[in-house]
Design a protein around this ligand. Structure first.
Ligand SMILES: [Zn+2]
Length: 344
C-alpha cells in the first residue's frame, strides 16, 4: 500500500501504553499554563513546540516535570484527563488504558479524594461525550523509591476508582531493580489489579524475566531488549504475554539507536503478541496514528495487517470479553468497508 495514513486515521483503535501527564499536548499545556501564570512554561502553542524539542533524555525529564508542576488542583486533573481523551477521539482511539501516577499529584498536595473524583469525572464525561472508554493503570514512579510504591498501592486499594484495572511501574530502569517491588505488586494483584510493569526498555532481558517472575507481569511495557533472549521470546509467545511497543519513544529516549534498527519485526516473527502504542505522544512529537504508520512500514503491512495489529491491542487489553468482541468487530467492519470502497 502506498500511504497507510488515511486508513489508519479512521481505524478504531485501542491504546495500552500511554501516560497521563505525558499525553498533554501543547494545546493542553497552554491551557494549564494559562491557569498558573507563575509557571515558566510558555502559554503560546508555538513557543511550546520549541519548548518540547528535547536535547537529551535528561532534558525530556526536566520538561516532563515542569508539566507535572502545572497540575496542581483537581480541576487541572479533570481538564488534563478530558482533553487527553479529546485528542484520542480525534484519532479514533476508542479504548485506552491510561497510565496515571497518582503519587506525583498527591505528593504535591492535591487531595486524594479530589484527585480520584477528577479522573473518574473526566472518564465518565469522555465516554458519554466523546465515545472514548478510559481505564486506569496506577503506576509507581520507580525513581521515587519504595515510599512511592507503598503510597501508590495504598491509593489504588483504598480508593479503588471504578476505572482502575491495572498496576504498573515506570521511571528509569537502571539502578531500579524490579524484584524490590514484589510486595507492592502482590498487594495490587490480591486486590484484583492486573500487573503491567515497564521492563527491558533501557536494560537487558533479565529485567523482563524479573518482571515476569517477581511482579507476575501480564504485559510488558516496552520489553525492547527481549529480542536478545530467544528463550524469553519463546516464553512471551507461548504465554501470550503482550509487549507494549512504542517505536518513536524508543528512538527519542535512545533505547534503540534508530528506527531502522527497531526490533519489532523480530518480536512479530517470534510469534509474540505485539501491540503498538505512543507512550508520551506530544513529548515525542508523535501520536498513535503515526506509530501505526511507523509499524506498518517496518513490518510491511497492508490494511489487513494493520487491522490485525489493532486487534492485538484489543486482545491484550483488560476490556471485558463483550467489549473486546465489539471493538474487534468494529475493526473488521471498518476494514472490510474500506477495502470494498470503489477505486480500491
Ligand atoms: Zn511508558
Amino acid at each position: 500500500m502506498t500511504d497507510p495514513h488515511p486508513f489508519i486515521a479512521g481505524l478504531p483503535k485501542a491504546e495500552l501504553h500511554v501516560h497521563h501527564v505525558g499525553s498533554a499536548s501543547p494545546r493542553i499545556v497552554a491551557e494549564l499554563a494559562a491557569r498558573h501564570p507563575d509557571s515558566e512554561v510558555p502559554t503560546d502553542p508555538e513557543a511550546l513546540a520549541d519548548y518540547f524539542t528535547f536535547t537529551d533524555f535528561a532534558h525530556f525529564i526536566e520538561v516532563y516535570l515542569s508539566v507535572v508542576d502545572l497540575v496542581r488542583t483537581p480541576e487541572d486533573v479533570r481538564l488534563l484527563t478530558f482533553e487527553v481523551a479529546r485528542d484520542m477521539a480525534r484519532q479514533n482511539i476508542r479504548y485506552a488504558e491510561l497510565t496515571v501516577t497518582p503519587y506525583s499529584s498527591t505528593r504535591r498536595g492535591i487531595p486524594e479524594a479530589g484527585f480520584m473524583e477528577a479522573i473518574e469525572d473526566a472518564r465518565k464525561a469522555a465516554e458519554a461525550e466523546l465515545g472514548v472508554v478510559l481505564r486506569w493503570c496506577f503506576d509507581i514512579p520507580g525513581e521515587a523509591g519504595l515510599r512511592s510504591a507503598e503510597e501508590t498501592v495504598r491509593l489504588a486499594v483504598e480508593h479503588r476508582p471504578e476505572g482502575l484495572v491495572s498496576f504498573g511501574l515506570g521511571g528509569p530502569e537502571i539502578g531500579v531493580d524490579r524484584p524490590q517491588f514484589k510486595p507492592y505488586f502482590d498487594r495490587a494483584i490480591a486486590a484484583g489489579l492486573h500487573s503491567v510493569p515497564h521492563a527491558g526498555e533501557t536494560t537487558g532481558p533479565q529485567t523482563v524475566w524479573d518482571a515476569l517472575t517477581a511482579l507476575r507481569a501480564e504485559r510488558i511495557g516496552h520489553g525492547t531488549s527481549s529480542v536478545r533472549d530467544p528463550k524469553l521470546l519463546e516464553h512471551l509467545a507461548e504465554h501470550r504475554i503482550a509487549l507494549e511497543v512504542c517505536p518513536t519513544s524508543n528512538i527519542a529516549t535512545r533505547a534503540v539507536a534508530d528506527i531502522e534498527q527497531h526490533p519489532i519485526r523480530e518480536m512479530v516473527e517470534a510469534g509474540v503478541l505485539v501491540t503498538v502504542n505512543s507512550d508520551d505522544p506530544p513529548m515525542f512529537g508523535t501520536d498513535l496514528n503515526n506509530e501505526y504508520a511507523v509499524a506498518a512500514r517496518l513490518l510491511e503491512l497492508d490494511e489487513r495487517g494493520i487491522a490485525d495489529l489493532a486487534k492485538n491491542a484489543v486482545e491484550a487489553s483488560f476490556l471485558d470479553p463483550a467489549g473486546k468482541r465489539k471493538l474487534a468487530e468494529e475493526i473488521d467492519t471498518y476494514t472490510t468497508n474500506w477495502l470494498r470502497a470503489p477505486g480500491r
